[in-house]
Design a protein around this ligand. Structure first.
Ligand code: GUE
Length: 289
């Protein structure tokens, strides 16, 4: 039976520091503020938004919302990002991804000023993951996964980690963060033959799935005694959000496993607030506690 790794305690620990920092800003008359830009009504975006608002209230961060229709034109997104850039009261911006096709043109998201890019979507934010300076912010979910592994004392150095899914929001930045912790990393994506994916998963010490495809990681992918982190989210037949991993199989085989509900997501919102407060502190010239 696997030990469960809920995100709740991890997010809570992170949020304590964030709340202290937010309070120090308030003493200076600054309310750390996040602008959330959502395009359309995807259930996974709305779940994130709900959870982020709750977390923001708990730590003392203010949230503003911009909603764009699913068929928004590129100019509408650019205008929304420009408003964020020009608004001195807004310290960070989260834009839900992936964006619909008409908004995926290269360069659109580059409109956002890098110092407000708290989810690491601009070239400066992403590139910052590779430089020694590590300036910029890592995408929150990828950073949250690392926080999770740290919190539960899962060693990474020299371990074999297989990441399933190489999207720009989670998988790809996560691969870089794992390499920086001296893990031996394998990446599986849609072009990886299924037998190879199975082999890479079965032989891994740690499997991290961020494919967004329910059930891709079934029993045949699992070995004994592994650590399994399920970051996948896809809407099921009844509209509920499903993970990538066959939970029952994983529970019987793994050593440690994220729960069905309240996994990495609960840490993501905490990281998002930490980044927003840090952006505000940088702007005010404050050091973090
Ligand atoms: N640029 C970008 N970055 C993301 O990280 C990103 C994104 N876009 N688009 C959507 C997905 C989805 N996602 C979630 C994060 C937290 C919860 C979360 O905290 N869920 C609560 C439940 C919330 C509820 O259902 O009310 C929980 O796990 O306890 C859910 C979903 C991040 N994503």
């Amino acid at each position: 039976m696997a030990i469960l790794m809920p995100g709740g305690p991890v997010g809570k620990a992170l949020s304590e520091k964030t709340a202290q920092n937010a309070a120090r800003l308030k003493e200076m008359g600054v309310t750390a503020t996040l602008e959330v830009i959502r395009v359309g009504q995807r259930p996974e975006d709305m779940a994130y938004e709900r959870a982020a608002v709750k977390r923001a209230q708990a730590v003392g961060v203010q949230v503003r919302h911009t909603l764009l229709p699913a068929d928004a034109r590129p100019e509408e997104l650019v205008a929304a990002l420009q408003r964020v850039n020009e608004d001195d009261a807004v310290h960070g911006c989260l834009l839900f991804r992936p964006l619909p096709g008409q908004l995926s043109a290269p360069g659109l998201t580059e409109t956002l000023r890098p110092e407000k890019d708290v989810d690491g979507m601009t070239a400066a934010g992403m590139g910052g993951l590779m430089t020694v300076e590590r300036n910029g912010f890592a995408p929150c979910t990828a950073a949250a996964c690392m926080e999770m592994l740290r919190h539960y004392h899962i060693p990474l150095r020299g371990k074999n980690v297989t990441v399933v899914g190489t999207g720009r929001t989670v998988g790809m930045p996560l691969l870089l963060l794992l390499i920086q912790e001296d893990a031996t990393v394998s990446a599986c994506h849609l072009q990886t033959p299924p037998e190879r994916r199975m082999e890479l998963c079965r032989t891994a010490d740690i499997i991290i799935s961020a494919a967004g495809s329910a059930g891709v990681i079934d029993r045949a992918h699992l070995g004994r005694g592994q650590t399994i982190v399920d970051i996948g989210l896809s809407p099921g037949p009844d509209g509920e959000l499903l993970g990538d991993v066959d939970f029952d199989a994983a529970e019987s085989l793994a050593a440690a496993l994220t729960p069905k509900k309240g996994g990495v997501g609960a840490v993501t919102t905490a990281v998002l607030m930490a980044h927003t407060v840090e952006a505000a502190m940088r702007k005010c010239g404050l050091e973090e506690v």
